[in-house]
Design a protein around this ligand. Structure first.
Ligand code: LMR
Length: 331
């Protein structure tokens, strides 16, 4: 990890806006609901930075409030609330869009991307831009992709090889691809909202989970696990959405400025996601001895175990789209 970069990032994070603005009468309110932490988290920091810019640059016309840690809604309810215009923005992970489209579950395919840079390059590409249209029939306006990072897998016992996961129950996001990924290991799954994961790990309702370092650290998942495997086996990213009704309700010049602030903030902060996750990885490594580092051979065994998942979903997702995503990998 580049320590200078992380220090610079920490300074930037320290300068973030408060989560709440004092909205004045007459201002258009943009409420955004997140399930994750705000400070020190890729999605939280992006949302806070966007709110700070909206509240400064559009002061008097628009006001943005960011609610984190599932304080307002879990992700499923947040998407419904966006469509009702009860809130105006959400950025759930791709796995949460199953009720609206099959295509975004592509991002859950294990080892789709070599790493977060390849994932970011894909989400910045023309092929990915087309994916923003898949939510239009449901009434969403996709604003763009927000980055988190690579997922790590953890359990009540160290997972070094795929067979170590056999028979355990893992908390999963609501994604058929993720369920198939664990079925390929002979493991069981339980769909749970993000806000329920920590308690489910502590109670033993589930014995394992997978998530990015920033989520594993900020929600303390590692404290309830005896092994966190640095597997980097899948990508966690988000689609930031509003509703078309909300966008259409804005004066054209205000809409343009709102979208421009979104674009600029997204472009700037997506590049920080990697460093934020590296910093949170360091935090976990400092606090637990239970990290499993994989050899190249062990990682190849995980890759091979997950390979059959592709055949199950390539028709639904589309072979061309999968190939387009993989074209950003090195080999
Ligand atoms: C999860 O449910 O595990 C994640 O999608 C949470 C998040 O938004 O990063």
């Amino acid at each position: 990890m580049k320590l200078k970069l992380v220090a610079a990032l920490a300074a930037l994070i320290g300068a973030s806006a408060p989560a709440f603005a004092n909205c004045d009468p007459g201002e258009t309110v943009v409420k955004m609901s997140l399930v994750t932490a705000l400070k020190g988290h890729p999605k939280g920091e992006t949302a806070l930075a966007m709110a700070e810019r909206v509240n400064t640059q559009l002061n008097g016309r628009m006001c943005m409030e960011v609610y984190g840690n599932s304080e307002l809604y879990d992700d499923d309810a947040a998407l419904e609330a966006v469509l009702r215009n009860d809130i105006q923005m959400a950025a759930p992970s791709f796995s949460k869009f199953g009720p609206y489209t099959n295509v975004l579950m592509m991002f859950d395919l294990p080892f789709l991307f070599d790493g977060p840079v390849e994932a970011l390059n894909f989400t910045n590409s023309e092929s990915a831009a087309e994916l923003r249209d898949v939510l239009t029939p449901s009434g969403f306006a996709s604003l763009g992709f927000w980055s988190n990072g690579m997922k790590q897998i953890s359990a009540t016992r160290p997972l070094r090889l795929p067979k170590d996961a056999e028979g355990l129950t893992f908390r999963v996001q609501p994604s058929e691809v993720i369920e198939a990924q664990f079925a390929a290991l002979g493991a069981n799954t339980k769909r749970l909202a993000f806000s329920k994961v920590y308690d489910a790990l502590v109670s033993g309702e589930v014995q394992g989970q997978q998530n990015s370092w920033s989520n594993i650290y900020s929600k303390g998942f590692y404290k309830a696990q005896d092994g966190v495997t640095e597997s980097n086996h899948a990508y966690l990213g988000y689609m930031a959405v509003t509703s078309q009704t909300f966008l259409d309700s804005l004066e054209p010049d205000l809409r343009d400025q709102f979208l421009l602030i979104f674009e600029l903030t997204t472009h700037e902060y997506n590049r920080f996601a990697y460093e934020i996750n590296e910093a949170r990885a360091q935090d976990v490594w400092r606090e637990t001895k239970n990290i499993v580092e994989l050899t190249d051979e062990e990682r190849a065994a995980w890759r091979a175990a997950f390979r059959p998942v592709y055949a199950q979903f390539e028709d639904q997702i589309g072979r061309d789209l999968i190939a387009a995503a993989q074209s950003f990998n090195k080999q």
